[in-house]
Design a protein around this ligand. Structure first.
Ligand code: SF4
Length: 418
């Protein structure tokens, strides 16, 4: 963690957010590969659940973040303070929240940040019948987009991943979302699972496409070690990995395979593009016009605000994050002695101008739109190497973008850019 400071990047202007991320850190159970900030079991459901205290404190953080924006840029709707284009409730399993709590949060965000009339309001949900929540209530609350953690459509894979739902639940959840009137449905899928067969992955893709999603995200299973990366200390943005999860990952890693993962990615790209969902970002495919506006804000390096344990924000100059631990977050926002709420602990960093430019370049290259050739030429040596290696190609309007080979080897390219 570094303290916020006036590095060279601070010469860029701070800007008001176009998007807001709210992190809901609760799941019924913990999947052993998961690195998100999640509290499970009795924290999430039942008499001793901390969900109600969390929702109350989240409202307080929304107000404190909005107060700071009011002071810096004026109230929402003022010149230079546009209403948000996107609100994203991620987790965790935000669909565990009661619909009236989601409605109250959306209304609060509308009041304090402004929400454009056509704003994208995404809620993440799990597909199981006891996880997907009150979809009609969420639609009435203003949710326009449901992001479903399907992961696989193979029951054996789902069991091996420690997921609670079955493959058939995914179709039921999509149908329920459509019936509830939620306009857009996105499916998250995982590949490079331990010992995964390509035939099973192909069947998952085929089954997913039969559900006619508007958007699909495909992620390679990553089995990181946030403890070893120093991210889990008291002010860190990750929680420590539990011993059982650590053992699961140690067993799973040797059963992954880079070449198989590359074949799975290429298979997904062909199947999704063939079904009318071309890629628009390395891990994301969508029907034209249904790209995730929220995630595009990240890749376009536009400013976004965030609230909730472990949540990250960016104001055009400074990256800020809340510490992951729920206790510290709650203690700041809802002090036991009744004193006024304060912003939760966390950290921040300001990027120097060179790092900011490199970041803008590789985030732009993540997208199918690519970057202006002029911008890429700032790193002419690397661009020449990438062309030579078949990783990038010229695109219309004097732009440069990744080829399929470049997408498969993007880590190699991005490693050279930073
Ligand atoms: S359901 Fe999702 S957020 Fe919850 S533990 Fe599993 S992977 Fe993590």
């Amino acid at each position: 963690m570094t303290a916020a400071g006036a590095g060279p990047g601070a010469t860029a202007a701070r800007r008001p957010p176009v998007a807001l991320y709210l992190h809901v850190p609760f799941c019924r159970s913990l999947c052993p590969y998961c690195d998100f900030v999640v509290y499970a079991g009795a924290d999430a459901v039942g008499r001793r659940s901390r969900v109600e205290a969390f929702v109350d404190a989240l409202g307080r953080e929304i107000d404190l973040r909005a107060d700071a924006l009011d002071a810096a840029f004026g109230p929402p709707g003022a010149t230079g303070r546009p209403a948000l284009a996107s609100l994203y409730l991620g987790g965790g399993t935000p669909s565990l929240l009661r619909a009236h709590d989601v409605a109250a949060l959306v209304a609060r965000v509308h009041r304090r940040f402004g929400l454009a009339a056509d704003a994208e309001v995404t809620l993440e949900a799990n597909p199981g019948p006891d996880d997907r929540g009150d979809l009609a209530g969420f639609a009435a609350a203003g949710v326009t987009r449901l992001s479903l953690g399907a992961q696989s459509l193979d029951d054996a894979e789902l069991r091996a991943l420690g997921r609670r739902h079955r493959a058939a639940d995914v179709g039921d959840a999509v149908a329920a979302a459509r019936e509830a009137g939620i306009p857009l449905v996105s499916l998250d899928l995982l590949y490079d699972l331990p010992d995964q067969r390509l035939a099973t992955w192909a069947a998952t893709l085929e089954g997913a496409l039969e559900l006619h999603p508007d958007h699909v995200s495909c992620y390679a299973l990553t089995l990181d070690d946030p403890d070893a990366e120093g991210l889990t200390g008291p002010g860190g943005d990750h929680l420590p990995t539990l011993p059982g999860a650590r053992r699961w990952r140690d067993r799973a890693r040797p059963r992954q395979d880079e070449d198989r993962a590359a074949a799975a990615y290429a298979l997904a790209d062909a199947a999704l593009a063939g079904a009318g969902l071309p890629w628009y970002e390395l891990s994301n495919w969508a029907a034209p016009g249904h790209e995730s506006r929220h995630n595009l804000a990240y890749w376009q390096r536009r400013p976004y605000e965030a609230a909730g344990p472990g949540a990250h924000a960016f104001d055009g100059v400074i990256r800020r994050w809340n510490a992951a631990r729920l206790e510290g977050w709650l203690a700041a926002l809802a002090p036991a002695d009744g004193s006024p709420p304060a912003l939760p602990p966390g950290g921040s960093e300001s990027l120097d101008a060179g790092t900011a430019a490199a970041e803008e370049l590789f985030l732009g290259l993540r997208t199918a739109h690519g970057v202006p050739r002029e911008q890429a030429l700032a790193r002419a040596d690397i661009l020449a190497w990438a062309h030579e290696a078949g990783l990038v190609e010229d695109a219309p309007e004097a732009r440069v973008r990744l080829t399929l080979r470049g997408r498969l080897l993007s880590n190699e390219l991005f490693g050279r850019l930073v």
